[in-house]
Design a protein around this ligand. Structure first.
Ligand SMILES: Nc1nc2c(ncn2[C@@H]2O[C@H](COP(=O)(O)OP(=O)(O)O)[C@@H](O)[C@H]2O)c(=O)[nH]1
Ligand SMILES: [Mg+2]
Length: 441
């Protein structure tokens, strides 16, 4: 399913210029709809990337509340641009999948019990459910194995028509694991002897992150990707990450949590927490030089969920006046709510993403690479302006290697940078980046 081009909203907000930024030209058709960023950058990328070879890796920090998709994003990027995962690693990671099956069955039992309670019926009659009761005593974080017999019972329970009906009808009301169906469909295959997790399995699995994890991306420019835990108790550790220079913050928001409360605080709505945290990050002193990428993640779940649950259930979205079943309208509204909070940050980009979708992440990565290159170029160009040279996309890369400007001339250099054709062309290009990639939706 594709999103109608004309309904896409402007993907990037250069704050300050945000309100005056023109929307995507809806009259454009076919290839000309492609964001201009791609063309421009392909001209200059290669030459200036060469210049950056010797520089040390730029740091990308992934922040966001718990379960918003930080680790999935890190895994996907590591898979696409980093060292990836060897067979040996995946073999070691396979037990995580047993945990996913256990968690899925436990959540389904809860769901069935709640549904039965509402209907005032007993579910003791369902023998398939009684067969999987044993899962309730298992620890999804600790099990190192799952018998073929138990997996078969899980499958029988999962494929039971009552369970399927309850799942289809009620899945959006309950806080069920995102990939419950994916793991239960594969339960018997996963439990079979010798099964090794695929990268796709691993990216979809959930383990609560505790600590700080660095991974290297062997892209050009080189990046160090930093993943952290998102729950309140984990955020104390974030400050260790702020000591070094940060090129970009990838701030993930779990869009689908708009009607749910936090795991660590059942009185706070997930999206409200995300908004507060986002504002804090964007207004912090350490983030002012970084580019912020606001990633409205889990767009796939969100798109289905709004058909059942009104976004106005979220206290922060109560004032929404549009069509609450319209994906682009609701998405644009949420985007605006976030951007309101980052008005004072000089450089914010926004994308709607699904962390398991390669093309989404490719689009984000492209934008991250471009923006960090710009930042790098900008710093280095300031020196060049002192020489009175005009900067164009073509001449930009060649101007990278002269000495730095004196402090006193900085202000005027900055003004000249802003006025340069290179800068303006880039600005125009980033404004046309769609919120969702071409084949998304
Ligand atoms: N459907 C869907 N699930 C997602 C998406 N991003 C993350 N998830 C799932 O949400 C769960 C929590 O994600 P995780 O990356 O561990 O969150 P973190 O706590 O922010 O690191 C995992 O099971 C992920 O597979 C997404 O865009 N769409
Ligand atoms: Mg995590």
């Amino acid at each position: 399913e594709t999103v109608h081009q004309g309904s896409r909203s402007c993907g990037r907000a250069t704050m300050g210029a945000c309100s005056s930024a023109p929307d995507v030209d809806t009259s454009m058709e076919g290839d000309s709809c492609r964001p201009r960023t791609l063309e421009i950058s392909s001209i200059r990328r290669n030459s200036c990337l060469g210049e950056m070879k010797k520089a040390k890796p730029l740091r990308l920090l992934i922040l966001g509340a718990g379960a918003s998709g930080k680790s999935s994003l890190a895994k996907q990027m590591n898979h696409m641009y980093g060292t990836g995962y060897s067979k040996l690693e995946l073999e070691f990671l396979t037990p995580i999948l047993y945990g996913e099956i256990i968690r899925a069955v436990q959540s389904l039992i809860n769901l069935m019990e709640r549904v039965a309670e509402e209907k005032g019926t007993s579910i003791a009659m369902n023998s398939k459910l009684e067969d999987v009761r044993i899962f309730q005593e298992m620890d999804s974080m600790a099990e190192r194995s799952l018998s073929v017999d138990l997996a078969a019972k899980a499958t029988a329970f999962w494929t039971d028509p009552d369970v399927q009906e309850a799942y289809a009808e009620r899945m959006h009301e309950f806080d069920l694991p995102e990939f419950l169906a994916y793991f239960l469909d594969k339960a018997e295959a996963i439990a079979a002897p010798g099964y090794v997790a695929s990268v796709g399995d691993y990216i979809r699995s959930y383990t609560r992150t505790t600590g700080i994890f660095d991974s290297r991306l062997y892209s050009r420019p080189k990046f160090t990707l930093v993943d952290v835990g998102g729950q309140r108790s984990q955020r104390k550790k974030w400050r260790h990450c702020f000591k070094e220079d940060i090129s970009a913050v990838l701030f993930t928001v779990g869009l689908s949590g708009y009607h749910e409360c936090l795991e660590e605080d059942p009185t706070t709505n997930r999206l409200v927490e995300a908004l507060t945290l986002y504002e804090e990050v964007c207004n912090a002193e350490w983030s002012q030089k970084a580019t912020i990428f606001l990633l409205l993640n889990k767009r796939d779940v969100f798109k289905e969920r709004i058909k059942r649950i009104d976004i106005r259930e979220c206290p922060a979205l109560e004032k929404f006046e549009g069509d609450s079943k319209n994906f682009m309208e609701t998405l644009a509204y949420i985007k605006d709510c976030f951007l309101q909070r980052s008005k004072n940050h000089p450089d914010v980009h926004c994308h709607a993403t699904c962390a398991t979708d390669r093309s989404d992440i490719a689009m984000v990565f492209r934008d991250v690479s471009d923006a960090t290159l710009d930042q790098y170029l900008k710093e280095n160009f300031e020196a060049k302006f002192a020489l009175g040279k005009e900067v164009t996309p073509k001449s930009a890369p060649c101007l990278l290697t002269t000495s730095r400007a004196s402090r006193s001339s900085r202000e005027s250099l900055r003004a000249r940078w802003q006025a340069s054709s290179y800068h303006q062309e880039r600005e125009a290009a980033v404004r046309s980046v769609p919120l969702i990639p071409e084949n998304g939706g």
